[in-house]
Design a protein around this ligand. Structure first.
Ligand code: AMP
Length: 393
């Protein structure tokens, strides 16, 4: 259940609404290379415009470190956004300075103003109250629809909510609601799949998911550390020596739920043109070689759990999927998740990229737009930008 007010719970007609969106899009040669994040905000923006609001849109883009830098300007977003909204979009050359103030003050209902990158001001990432107040002074209502930055304690995500009535947009509400429901009341069995490089980045996620899930399938570099802790030979594979105790403790408590790889694709170098072969985990990784993907028998072992899942949560690639020879395990698991009748949630940039690569994205029930924010929710931690929104009565 999402316990915060949304745009449906607040009067907006005739008011100017400051919307924190996530327009942190990839820019190549001054153009937006992928407008997924722009499209994701359209339901909220359209709703507000149709209900008589004027919009001031705030976002960050990249890491300009508190100074104006044309390489991180949001100006390239103006045109694709205007095309999607079907109306003109004005642009303020500063995030909350004189140009933003003048243009926001002149806005009429139905008009849209995009502010320059909030991180051009050093007050943004410091959550400086003076900057938050200047942002707030541009509007009468604050709507946060930026799930991707909801784990950040910044002026435009948290600080500004102190000075304006603050509610959630549809994207933020849907993300939090979907992930929370999967944690609190999932259709069973709940099967979780974790990959990626390291255990240490996801210890809290492991501790939060293991008690709730029927199964945890582990691949990627993460699995190496578990297997090394069980005494298997890992050669030159990525293994986190300092996470050994954690791995042993998790295996002791949750051993029956944890499903580890039974074979690997190993390589003599970390490269796309490396020599490769399949080895059973029981045989171990040859000296000097490294495990860079799960093998086909592991996919077979994972398959029935994924097919029979009531719900699936997947985060992190199961191998070095950026290099084609080591993408097969991740793509095979992506296909199993897409084909499973269970409700599927996929989060994290890499697993989502793998789904797009395999052309399977439209067969997933919920693809999360957040990386860090998704992990934080999966770890059972509150998101600061959600906490500050008004509660539903
Ligand atoms: P994360 O950000 O923790 O989800 O980690 C993603 C990264 O883990 C990707 O860049 C993968 O290339 C990497 N990764 C996955 N499997 C392995 C592996 N077996 N060895 C080394 N890196 C891996």
């Amino acid at each position: 259940m999402f316990r915060k007010k949304t745009v449906r719970d607040i009067a907006i007609e005739g008011r100017t609404v400051l919307v924190r969106v996530d327009f942190n899009v990839p820019i190549h040669e001054g153009r937006v290379a992928d407008d997924t994040r722009i499209r994701a905000t359209l339901p909220t923006l359209t709703y507000l415009l149709e209900h008589g609001a004027a919009l001031v849109l705030a976002s960050h883009l990249g890491r300009p470190k508190g100074r104006p830098n044309p390489a991180f300007s949001l100006r390239p977003v103006v045109e694709p956004l205007a095309a999607r909204l079907g109306r003109p979009v004005q642009f303020a050359t500063d995030p909350a300075g004189p140009d933003a103030q003048a243009k926001a003050a002149a806005l009429q209902p139905g008009q849209v103003l995009l502010l320059e990158n909030t991180r051009f001001d050093p007050g943004e990432t410091r959550n400086d109250p003076a900057f938050a107040q200047r942002l707030a002074s541009l509007a009468q209502v604050f709507v946060n629809d930026a799930f991707g930055t909801a784990h950040r304690l910044h002026a435009s995500t948290v600080g500004v909510a102190r000075y304006l009535p603050a509610v959630a947009g549809f994207l933020l509400a849907k993300e939090v609601e979907t992930i929370t429901r999967l944690l609190e009341d999932p259709a069973r069995p709940l099967v979780t799949i974790l990959g990626g490089a390291k255990i240490s980045d996801k210890i809290k996620v492991l501790h939060n998911l293991l008690p709730r899930a029927e199964r945890l399938l582990i691949g990627g570099g993460m699995a190496n550390t578990f297997l090394a802790a069980q005494g298997y030979r890992l050669g030159a594979s990525l293994v986190e020596a300092q996470a050994r105790e954690t791995a042993i403790a998790l295996l002791e408590t949750y051993g029956e739920k944890i499903v580890l790889p039974v074979d690997f694709i190993v390589a003599d170098r970390f490269a796309a043109d490396a020599q490769t072969r399949r080895v059973p985990v029981s045989e171990g990784v040859p000296e000097g070689w490294m495990a860079l993907d799960i093998g086909p028998e592991t996919v077979e072992r994972f398959a029935p759990f994924i097919r029979e899942a009531g719900s699936i949560i997947w985060n992190g690639p199961l191998g070095v999927f950026e290099l084609a020879p080591f993408a097969r395990g991740t793509v095979a698991v992506a296909r199993l998740v897409a084909e499973s009748p269970g409700f599927s949630l996929v989060g994290g940039g890499d697993s989502v990229a793998a789904l797009h690569q395999a052309g399977l994205a439209d067969r997933i029930d919920h693809i999360s737009t957040g990386g860090g924010a998704t992990l934080k929710l999966l770890a059972g931690e509150p998101l600061p930008a959600v906490e500050v929104l008004e509660d539903k009565p």
